[in-house]
Write a protein that binds this ligand. Structure first.
Ligand code: IPM
Ligand code: MG
Length: 359
């Protein structure tokens, strides 16, 4: 398996460095991977004047999987939109056709107290948000700014989903639910948006092929409320690009730390782009305090979904649980007064936990 490693900006290089250590450890146990690194985001702009340099995209296309750190930083805020780091991310998602974005929100028992909700509301939470990633108002045309007759400017974007786009993400949602508690909640705004009316119709049509999965529908505003009221009512949520962007940030906080959550973005053939769901955290970049666990857990997802190697994926997840159980904490997941360690020591701890596992 060939992995394109794109560290990106901010804390990206630090956390990806720890993920590479984990891959190197598994390599000694027989995992066969090749890695090649390339710049993306602000680093891409610095290297080649483009947040997604051609060579980076070429590498990503020929690789089996992409491991990405994070993009963005204040240094690039003033650039025109097409040069901004986020464009690198949006373009690579679209170019690779990775439409199915899996964003699990899992509460580790050791971290339940770090949640902003009462521990008894979130204990045992295991929610999967499936976000459509290559359509919707993020990519819909036309978009732009125009001058109105009265002289003022108007900004506009286009929300749209074709039937086939809805069907393939819906199918992915049913498939995932089938492998879990068999409950799929489709989130839309069908009381207002035509796009959502079609979305709901297609979900209902698909449901006939999955009689074993219970499909429900929820408006996005209610879903946002239910997530903080009673998050354990959900098993799998499937939704469009923009609603999923918002709800997955909300869900991440239920778990106590956005620094813990990995993600996978898959195309139709199992090729994937794997990244932590947090951003580049420019405020702590270079300080060696970032939590590398979300990136390390993204490697586990990579090995599971693209590598189809459940053994190695489960070993990484077990090693992460071991270091949490041993009380090791980066600042973002520590309770006030608890001792903390930095990025490299957290990575080292996962590596030692892997080495201690019995074959
Ligand atoms: C995410 C991010 C991106 C998105 C930004 C950085 C473009 O918020 O991955 O959720 O909106 O998709
Ligand atoms: Mg987001």
């Amino acid at each position: 398996m060939k992995i394109a490693v794109l560290p990106g900006d901010g804390i990206g290089p630090e956390i990806v460095g720890e993920a590479i250590k984990v891959l190197d450890t598994l390599r000694r146990d027989g995992l066969r991977v090749e890695m090649e690194t390339a710049p993306i985001g602000g680093a891409g702009f610095d290297a080649a004047g483009d947040p997604l340099p051609e060579a980076t995209l070429a590498l990503a296309r020929q690789a089996d999987a992409v491991l990405l750190g994070a993009v963005g930083g204040p240094k690039y805020d003033a650039l025109p939109r097409d040069k901004r780091p986020e464009q690198g991310l949006l373009r690579i998602r679209q170019a690779l056709g990775v439409f199915a974005n899996l964003r699990p929100a899992i509460v580790y028992p050791e971290l339940a107290a770090a949640s902003s909700l009462k521990p008894e509301l979130v204990a045992g939470l295991d929610l999967m948000i499936l976000r459509e990633l290559t359509g919707d108002i993020y990519f819909g045309q036309p978009r732009g700014q125009r001058r109105l007759d009265d002289g003022q400017r108007e900004g506009f974007d286009t929300m749209k989903y074709s039937e086939s786009e809805i069907r393939r993400i819906g199918r992915a949602g049913f498939d995932i639910a089938r492998g879990r508690a068999k409950k799929l909640c489709s989130v839309d705004k069908a009381n207002v948006l035509d796009t959502s009316i079609l979305w709901r119709q297609v979900m209902e049509e698909l449901a006939r092929d999955f009689p074993d999965v219970v499909l429900t529908h929820m408006y996005v505003d209610n879903a946002a409320m239910q997530l903080v009221r009673a998050p354990r009512q959900f098993d799998v949520m499937v939704t469009g690009n923009m609603f999923g962007d918002i709800l997955s940030d909300e869900a991440s906080m239920l778990t106590g730390s956005i620094g813990m959550l990995p993600s996978a973005s898959l195309d139709e053939h199992g090729k994937g782009l794997y990244e932590p769901i947090h951003g580049s955290a420019p405020d702590i970049a270079g300080k060696g305090v970032a939590n590398p666990l979300a990136t390390i857990l993204s490697v586990a997802m990579l090995l599971r979904h693209t590598g189809r190697n459940e053994t190695f994926a489960a070993r990484i997840e077990a090693a992460v649980r071991d270091v949490l159980a041993a009380g090791l904490r980066t600042p973002d997941i520590a309770q006030p007064g608890e001792p903390v360690i930095g990025t490299v020591r957290m990575g080292d701890a996962v590596v030692s936990a892997l080495a201690r596992q019995k074959p």
